[in-house]
Design a protein around this ligand. Sequence first.
Ligand code: SF4
Length: 193
Amino acid sequence: MLSIGGITPFTTIDYPGKLAAVLFCQGCPWRCEYCHNKHLLEMKQPVVHSWEDIIYFLEKRRGLLEAVVFSGGEPTMQQGLPDALVFVKGMGFLTGLHTGGAYPDLLIDCLPYLDWVGMDIKAPFELYERITRVSGSAKTAHKSAELLIQSNVPHQFRTTVDPFLLEDGRLQIMIELVQGWGEELILQEIRRI
Ligand code: SF4
């Protein structure tokens, strides 16, 4: 159903206020320099965790975990995500999504089955391609943000504060952009490995 490149079996920080497992989905169309999940970027990798293994893992954690978060990589790169969300909800878990918003068309299909979304805002939109190194990324991310704002799915807009964003008032531009949407930009520290 989905290509999963890694699992965090238990976390308290990836779904607000809930005990969750994180499934790291294989594949991402963007190439951010600071990416700490580079092993997930290519879609075609040997299977690390089969979907059957994931189901077995989740079955054993019914009643222990409250939520399952689909992270990545970019989970919306995989067409099987809506079905996977339906399946996991059917097991009784809340569903969460971490996304950069690269695929708004698939996000539309996922929203009815999501209980919470954390969307990364990577830069002021006019500078997006300097972070993602992929043309058109600002347009898709902006569309995804609009979809979230218009939805009734609880969500957060978040950004990883790297040195690029601390120059030329870029972070402040982003904070004000999200405030203009009537929301708050959550700031996260860059993770070093
Ligand atoms: S969007 Fe996320 S997973 Fe994709 S390259 Fe950027 S940091 Fe890595």
